[in-house]
Structures are given as structure tokens and as C-alpha cells.
Design a protein around this ligand. Structure first.
Ligand code: GLU
Length: 292
């Protein structure tokens, strides 16, 4: 089985970007299989980016474990970075955004405040209603947001085809720094994908809704040509929910301790996301051959 990939960038710069808030599980391995497979098939590169922007939830032992598990799987990145080493970069981007757009403001609302104000249907995302937008809170401490405007973003997902999103309607004014002073995922990932020259973002379908806002924010920060995006299927657990760090049975450490080989784990991750017709062991050297 070979997955067709229309409009793939030439020699794409991709990234594998786990957050060290827990151990890797089979879902991460499937993302790695897609990422390394496509990068190697298209003579591209893989950046290992440790996304430890949430300082309260990340642990050095999880970062160590990520590196060990990748090594065990035989997946070697071509370059590496860690978000907590780059605080100055995010601060500079935020200041520049404030200067060039005049749409950045301080926000005192907590998640609970926003939830109280929103009337959410099942599965609907929390949308910030703009409570603090005109209060003139200087963006010095605490939460910081940017007004996205009503722009609709169109992009062609390499696997899913044409997409259209209006970020302001999905999430409202985008949170860039949270109340405790952490850079948010959306800010850090947008700044990094631009400055690290990422030309192809490969990630699970659960992050599809983030793509429009990242393209829009990237543009506001001066990125003319956004990366290409490919969102791949997710592995789900027995209840049909996305795997989480709590699904112990699919943790890489557990699989390894139970005597599974790296090839059998790679094969399962590929099979469960539609890259193999049958469950079988898969060697790292075979990953590129899954794509054309
Ligand atoms: N750090 C994110 C995660 O672990 C992935 C970010 C991305 O691929 O954009 O879910």
C-alpha cells in the first residue's frame, strides 16, 4: 500500500514535536511513522522539537524518556530544539506583533470565566467572547490575547483536501500567553514553524482546527508562505476516544517492557493509521516505502 501525496514540498523540512508532559504512546509513534516516512521518502529532514512551553506540566524525565524511546525505535532526528531554551524569541515575537498590529491586549479571564460566559454545545470549542478587549489592560503580566479579525483561512491539506476555517468564530481572540505566564501552544508552534523553516507540518487530525489560526497568526507575524499541512488519522482506544497518556496499554515503555520489538510497535502504529493493509512488523528502513 502506498499513500499518494499530492503537492508535497520539495525536500520538506518537517518536525516531530512532542510535549514532555508524559510518556510517549502509540499515537506518538504513528505521528513519527508518518513524519519520518514522508521526510525520508521525499529526501527531507526531521526536527525533534521538545514542546515544553507549559512549564507547570513538563518534566525533564519525560523529555529524557522521549529521547530514549525514539532511540529504541530507531528514529533519528536531523536537528533538535527545545522551546524552554527560546523564551526570548517568543517575547520578541509578541512585542513585534503588538507593535505591528496594535491588536494585542492583556486579559484577566480564567478558563472558568470563559466557560461560564459561553453556552457550549457538545464537543464545541471554548470561544473567547472578548471580555477584556477594550479594557486597556497592559500586556505586561498574566494573560495576553490578539484580535484575529474575521479573516477566513483556506488551505489544502495534503491528505484531506481543501479546508476553510474562520478562527475568530472558532476560538475568538487567540490566547498567546496564559495567566501564569506560559507561552501558549499556538504562539510557540507558530513562531517556531516559521523561524525554523518548517515547510511541512505532519500531525494528527485532532489538531486540524488549530491550522487556520496558526496560518493566520503566522501571517500577522510576517510569514508570507505558510507551511504545507498533512493531518493523519488518529489511533483510538476501545471507547473510540483519542489515545492519551493515561492509556497505559499503549505506552511505549509498557510495550517495550512486555517484550515487544521496535519493529512490531512501528508496524502496529502504521497499520492502525491506515498505512499497512495487515498487521506486521515494520523496519525503520521500510518507512519511506509507505509513501510515494
Ligand atoms: N506538541 C503537540 C502535541 O504533543 C504537537 C504540536 C503540533 O504537531 O503542532 O500534541
Amino acid at each position: 500500500m502506498r499513500i499518494p501525496l499530492p503537492n508535497l514540498p520539495v525536500r520538506p523540512a518537517t518536525r516531530f514535536a512532542p510535549s514532555p508532559t508524559g510518556y510517549l504512546h502509540l499515537g506518538h509513534v504513528s505521528n513519527a511513522v508518518w513524519t519520518w516516512g514522508i521526510a525520508r521518502a521525499a529526501a527531507g529532514t526531521v526536527l525533534l522539537r521538545i514542546e515544553d512551553h507549559d512549564r507547570g506540566r513538563c518534566r525533564p524525565e519525560y523529555e529524557r524518556a522521549i529521547r530514549e524511546d525514539l532511540e529504541w525505535l530507531g528514529l533519528r532526528p536531523d536537528r533538535e530544539s527545545r522551546q524552554s531554551d527560546d523564551a526570548a524569541v517568543y517575547r520578541e515575537a509578541l512585542e513585534r506583533l503588538g507593535r505591528t498590529t496594535n491588536r494585542v491586549y492583556g486579559c484577566r479571564c480564567s478558563r472558568a470565566d470563559i466557560a461560564r460566559l459561553s453556552d457550549l454545545a457538545d464537543g464545541e470549542e471554548l470561544r473567547y467572547p472578548g471580555t477584556c478587549r477594550d479594557l486597556g489592560i497592559p500586556p505586561q503580566r498574566g494573560g495576553i490575547r490578539v484580535v484575529l479579525g474575521e479573516a477566513t483561512v483556506s488551505f489544502d491539506d495534503i491528505r484531506l483536501g481543501p479546508q476553510q476555517q474562520t478562527p475568530a468564530r472558532q476560538c475568538g481572540d487567540l490566547l498567546l500567553r496564559d495567566a501564569t505566564g506560559n507561552w501558549t501552544y499556538q504562539l510557540a508552534v507558530t513562531v517556531d514553524d516559521a523561524r525554523q523553516g518548517i515547510t511541512l507540518v505532519i500531525r494528527g487530525e485532532d489538531l486540524l482546527a488549530s491550522t487556520g489560526r496558526q496560518i493566520l497568526l503566522g501571517k500577522m507575524l510576517g510569514r508570507e508562505h505558510p507551511a504545507a499541512f498533512l493531518h493523519h488519522p488518529l489511533i483510538v482506544n476501545e471507547e473510540g476516544a483519542k489515545l492519551s497518556k493515561r492509556d497505559r496499554a499503549t505506552g511505549i515503555r509498557e510495550l517495550r517492557a512486555s517484550g515487544r520489538s521496535p519493529e512490531s510497535v512501528l508496524g502496529e502504529a502504521a497499520w492502525r493509521t491506515g498505512l499497512l493493509p495487515d498487521l506486521r512488523p515494520l523496519a525503520v528502513s521500510e518507512l519511506a516505502g509507505l509513501f510515494r
